[in-house]
Design a protein around this ligand. Structure first.
Ligand code: 5GP
Ligand code: ZN
Length: 116
């Protein structure tokens, strides 16, 4: 269900503009407004779930769809040649700032490990 106070719900509904890369019934994939790498995409379920740990067994397919979409978009953009990283932040210590769950896809530069 859309939440009026949620930025990503507003992006998904089109109330807020975005650079949309892919969309289907379940997912939206759009470019991060403040990219941390040359390619920085956000893979976002259309259903509002605040954080990763709030997914339930009913969301098993949806979680699979997020991973599958990440794989396909990485292949489509040839990110597998040099590499990429998938990240989900959850909670205060991770720096999660938008409380609508999303998978970051980062690529196009050498990424640090361990992460900062
Ligand atoms: P988090 O810190 O919650 O893991 O990631 C939230 C991400 O959403 C950040 O990378 C931030 O730049 C991005 N972001 C915040 N507001 C917007 C917006 O309105 N549009 C887009 N495209 N990205 C946003
Ligand atoms: Zn939302």
């Amino acid at each position: 269900m859309e939440r009026d106070d949620c930025i990503f719900c507003q992006v998904i509904s089109g109330k807020l503009p975005s650079k949309m890369e892919y969309e289907d019934e379940y997912l939206a994939i759009f470019w991060d407004i403040n990219p941390q790498a040359p390619t920085h995409l956000l893979i976002v379920p259309k259903k509002h779930v605040s954080r990763f740990s709030e997914f339930t067994d009913d969301d098993f397919d949806l979680m699979g769809k997020m991973m599958d979409a990440a794989r396909k978009i990485a292949l489509k953009l040839n990110l597998n040649e040099k590499g990429f990283r998938l990240v989900i932040n959850e909670g205060r210590d991770s720096g999660q700032s938008i409380f609508h769950v999303h998978l970051h896809l980062l690529s196009g530069r050498r990424l640090m490990w361990p992460p900062g």
